[in-house]
Design a protein around this ligand. Structure first.
Ligand SMILES: Cc1ncc(COP(=O)(O)O)c(C=O)c1O
Length: 422
């Protein structure tokens, strides 16, 4: 069990009021808040250690390099990687998945090869492979979702053949919350010689992640969705897969030596980290990983299940009013509950919830094909993390009931759509 009240003390932003009410932050799938420990670690770096890394013989640069390099080991421990050298610093999940597609796909795919992706995928997982397929002549094949909100494993298994080179999956859906059976997919994909690339954006921050046990080849995730800063993410890879890859961005620090007609690439992970890295970002991410390890990822997972179960149970009272997306069993999902209210636009619901101080996301959540498949243009998404409480869910449900009671009036309002993200 998490001591949520104690945890909340670490998050200064939770003291804010929004529209005269205490902030209830249910937009954690978009980004999480940062504990004082992370804010302090970043600030301390700039106050006491700021220097560029791997570029100076002076003490400050040596100290900064040590701090920076230690961060890779902390992240490796967080996901049980074999070595810190398998941990590639990227900007975010999107950047990591682009590196996977361009760095592996461009050099290993050819005409007629097949890439399997799923209808459930986030655009960041789907689009890099679609573009690399255009470049290489590879063919994209889509796996559908099943009735229970999981992917259709039977269809995936039937699709696999000796032509399959890549299976790219969203490990946990940012809309349905579905936790995909990654081990099962790795087993079958490897049996035909394909690699499995995981979009771990919603998985790694919520589900205890052991890359050795999963048997996966590459996983990308974002620091900002796991209490860390923005602008930093990780592409973890199995060493042999990373060694098959070429860097996607090149320049300073990616090489050991360069002559006018030869390039000797640096060792892992440096060959992929071009230019001055996000030093403070890596330090902040490591602090966030330490914070989560201190709480215990099993407890994080259990807390998600509790809040999701409570929400789904209470939603039963609104059965004829709302349509809930994703699996009914809370153990099959992360702390994400997306829904639509009959007769109200998703943005109208989100805006109305905001007037109660409740932050949710509304829209297509960068998963347009999934929404079209489900027959919606978008949805409202409540997403939880370690500092959310049952009391907050209670306020959310009662606010939702109030909004539904005002449906006729609200449905006539025009909502100015200020979201540039989709
Ligand atoms: C499943 C999934 N994949 C990828 C991303 C992209 O993450 P980022 O914007 O940090 O690159 C997100 C962000 O919401 C996501 O939920």
């Amino acid at each position: 069990m998490l001591n949520t009240m104690l945890i909340r003390e670490d998050f200064p932003i939770l003291k804010r009021e929004i529209n005269g009410r205490p902030l209830i932050y249910f937009d954690n799938a978009a980004t999480t808040h940062k504990p004082t420990q992370v804010i302090e670690a970043i600030s301390r770096f700039y106050r006491e250690f700021n220097a560029n890394v791997h570029r100076g013989m002076h003490t400050l640069s040596q100290e900064a390099s040590t701090l920076y390099e230690e961060s890779f080991s902390v992240v490796a421990k967080f996901i049980n990687a074999y070595s810190w050298e398998e941990v590639i610093e990227v900007k975010n999940t999107t950047d990591g998945l682009n590196l996977a597609a361009w760095g592996w796909g461009l050099y290993n795919l050819s005409r007629g090869d097949e890439i399997i992706i799923t209808v459930m995928d986030h655009h960041s997982s789907m689009l890099p492979w679609r573009i690399v397929a255009e470049r290489t002549g590879a063919v994209i094949r889509y796996v559908d979702i099943a009735e229970d909100g999981d992917i259709n494993y039977t269809q995936l298994e039937e699709m696999l053949s000796s032509r399959t080179r890549v299976v790219a999956i969203t490990m946990a859906s940012n809309v349905l919350g579905t936790i995909v059976d990654v081990k099962r997919i790795c087993r079958v994909a490897h049996s035909v010689g394909a690699i499995v690339v995981g979009d771990g954006a919603q998985y790694v921050p919520h589900v205890p992640t052991d890359v050795r046990d999963l048997g996966i080849d590459l996983i990308a995730f974002s620091g900002h969705k796991m209490l860390g800063p923005t602008g930093i993410g990780i592409l973890w890879g199995r060493r042999d897969v990373l060694e098959e890859m070429k860097p996607f961005r090149v320049g300073g620090d990616t090489v050991k030596d360069v002559t006018l007609d030869s390039i000797e690439w640096h060792d892992l992970p440096w060959k992929f980290i071009a230019g001055t890295p996000h030093i403070a970002g890596m330090i902040g991410l490591a602090e966030a990983a330490k914070y989560l390890m201190g709480i215990g990822m099993d407890n994080v997972r259990q807390h998600d299940i509790e809040l999701t179960k409570y929400t789904l149970d209470r939603f039963k009272e609104l059965e004829n009013e709302i349509f809930v997306l994703g699996p009914l069993d809370p153990r099959k999902r992360t702390g994400i509950v997306s829904f639509n209210v009959q007769g109200l636009h998703h943005h109208t619901v989100a805006k109305a919830l905001d007037s109660f101080g409740i932050a949710v996301r509304s829209g297509g959540h960068c998963a347009h094909p999934l929404h079209y498949r489900l027959g919606f243009k978008g949805s409202v998404r409540a997403s939880y993390y370690i500092y959310n409480t049952v009391d907050e869910v209670e306020t959310f449900i009662s606010s939702l009931k109030f909004i539904i009671a005002l449906r006729d009036m609200l449905s006539k309002q025009t909502i100015e759509d200020r979201c540039t993200g989709t």
